[in-house]
Design a binder for this molecule. Structure first.
Ligand SMILES: *Cc1c(COP(=O)(O)O)cnc(C)c1O
Length: 368
């Protein structure tokens, strides 16, 4: 179906940047620069400087940024890693695949880790905490870093949804031992396929991830240091991402503008909870504009009929996917979020008219 208001618009996104992108791709292809060449190194350098870390390691997915961060940090069999239940499954799968035990806790009203739940979940086996900066908002990192020092655990940030998000002026992915980003096409800094980046200030983590991503091989000596993987960020993707990185600040501003338009249009409707949580120290970048209502399923259907495309992340708590064997949990906020959230159209291509029409439809829904 074609929507009056699409959730995102990848072809329009490309056409806006066509000349720059085509030039970057043609450059790679005509020079034969496909694997680990200057385009990858340039992107890594520019991305590290954007995030404010010493190193950035280009990978083929956000998942691998998480998995290699954990592995490089020495997280393994028998260790516990605390994360939230309200996240994309990859945050949890990365923990499981490195042999560790995911310990799931609840989130707060801003959809991020509820720091009051953190201390009670810490045990002598807690090796790491993996906060997820969901929807473009950074977690309460002052509190988390303070608790991490007291209890001596590693912090690995899942910043897949928060590229450019800030907390006290500091950028997501620069707080912990490592930061993990996704360049999946519908992430804010998305490629034309899968991709991810690991950021860190720690030279050992950067080196280990750099070896692990390419079969464990030190490319200078030819020595294999680990049984590694094949999970490099392709040169062509890196070249595209490097072009897009220059536009990222403008896209973030546009998203914040769209969020403000939604806020103005939707703020006086009953039974509608908007994602504006205040507090000066947060700079939210709205990977998703998530609203919350008890009438979620009806609203979803109504908007669909009106030609407004929305998404629901996620319809049931992750532990309810029984084959994942995550055990049974009682996390009330996560459970009600699954029944109440819906994400409105949001991208750099979303126009003021798209927002006006969406707001108008939501107004009609709550009037009837
Ligand atoms: C997208 C995403 C990931 C995984 O990224 P991929 O590049 O798809 O592997 C991890 N965590 C969160 C919160 C995400 O949204």
């Amino acid at each position: 179906m074609t929507y009056k208001v699409p959730f995102v618009d990848p072809s329009r996104h490309y056409l806006k940047l066509k000349s720059e992108i085509d030039a970057a791709i043609t450059d790679c292809l005509s020079k034969g620069d496909l694997i680990m060449r200057s385009q990858l190194r340039d992107f890594e350098k520019n991305f590290a400087s954007f995030v404010g870390t010493k190193y950035a390691v280009g990978l083929n997915s956000g998942y691998h940024a998480l998995a290699l961060s954990l592995q490089a940090a020495g997280v393994g069999a028998g260790d516990e890693v605390i994360t939230v239940a309200h996240t994309f499954v990859a945050s949890i799968s990365a923990i499981v695949h490195c042999g560790a035990i995911p310990v799931l806790i609840d989130v707060g009203k801003d959809y991020n880790m509820n720091m009051d739940m953190l201390e009670p979940a810490i045990t002598p086996r807690t090796k790491a905490v993996l906060p997820v900066h969901l929807n473009g908002r950074v977690c309460d990192m002052d509190r988390l870093i303070e608790i991490s020092k007291e209890h001596n655990f590693i912090v690995i940030e899942d910043a897949a949804q928060s590229v450019g998000g800030k907390y006290n002026g500091k950028i997501a992915g620069s707080f912990g031992l490592a930061g993990c980003f996704s360049h999946y096409p519908f992430k804010i800094l998305g490629g034309f396929g899968d991709g991810g980046t690991l950021t860190t200030d720690d030279p050992d983590i950067a080196r280990k991830a750099t070896l692990l991503r390419y079969n464990g091989e030190d490319r200078e000596t030819g020595e294999y240091h680990y049984h590694g993987y094949t999970c490099l960020l392709d040169n062509v993707q890196a070249a595209v991402l490097d072009v897009k990185l220059k536009h990222l600040p403008a896209w973030i501003n546009r998203r914040r503008e769209i969020a403000e338009l939604y806020r103005q249009g939707l703020s006086d409707m009953d039974d509608l909870f908007l994602p504006h949580f205040g507090a000066e120290k947060y700079f939210d970048i709205y990977q998703n504009y998530v609203i919350r209502t008890k009438k979620r399923d009806e609203l979803y259907k109504f908007l669909e009929e009106q030609g407004v495309e929305t998404l629901i992340h996620w319809r049931k708590p992750v532990w309810e996917h029984k084959r994942l064997k995550l055990g049974q949990h009682n996390l009330p906020e996560t459970e009600s979020i699954c029944k109440e959230v819906i994400s409105l159209p949001m991208s750099a291509e979303t126009t003021d008219e798209h927002v006006e029409y969406t707001v108008h439809c939501i107004g009609n829904f709550f009037k009837s």
